[in-house]
Design a protein. Structure first.
Length: 119
């Protein structure tokens, strides 16, 4: 008799714990946000000569991400969430250039810069 009561109590506790676990796993479909990520890339050239600039610092404002151009003047940021960003390009002997409120999406993920020499 004691074994039967203990078994019933144990089964009740197990079913209660599984029920509460299922409830915690339910998600309101209206509250789920789908975040999309893309690779943001671009090229930086000299405004007069159209030559690629090596080592230009590109800052993706609002994040801690920074990229530098390679030997072909190209840069890229990996895993950028789609949305609007400000980008800044800075290089010694050139004017700092910013592009504000650029929409980054799966279709548009390239931002190029043309830097002017500082006088």
């Amino acid at each position: 008799m004691k074994a039967l009561i203990v078994t019933i109590l144990f089964a009740g506790i197990l079913s209660f714990s599984f029920t509460s676990e299922k409830e915690s796993q339910k998600v309101d479909k209206d509250k789920v946000e789908t975040k999309l990520f893309t690779t943001l890339r671009g090229e930086v050239v000299d405004q007069k000569t159209n030559e690629a600039l090596v080592g230009v610092k590109i800052t993706l404002e609002g994040t801690d991400q920074v990229a530098y151009t390679d030997f072909d003047g190209k840069y890229q940021f990996e895993n950028v969430e789609t949305g609007a960003y400000n980008l800044t390009a800075s290089y010694i002997s050139y004017e700092q250039t910013s592009v504000e409120n650029v929409g980054v999406s799966l279709k548009k993920s390239q931002i190029d810069f043309s830097l002017r020499t500082a006088n």
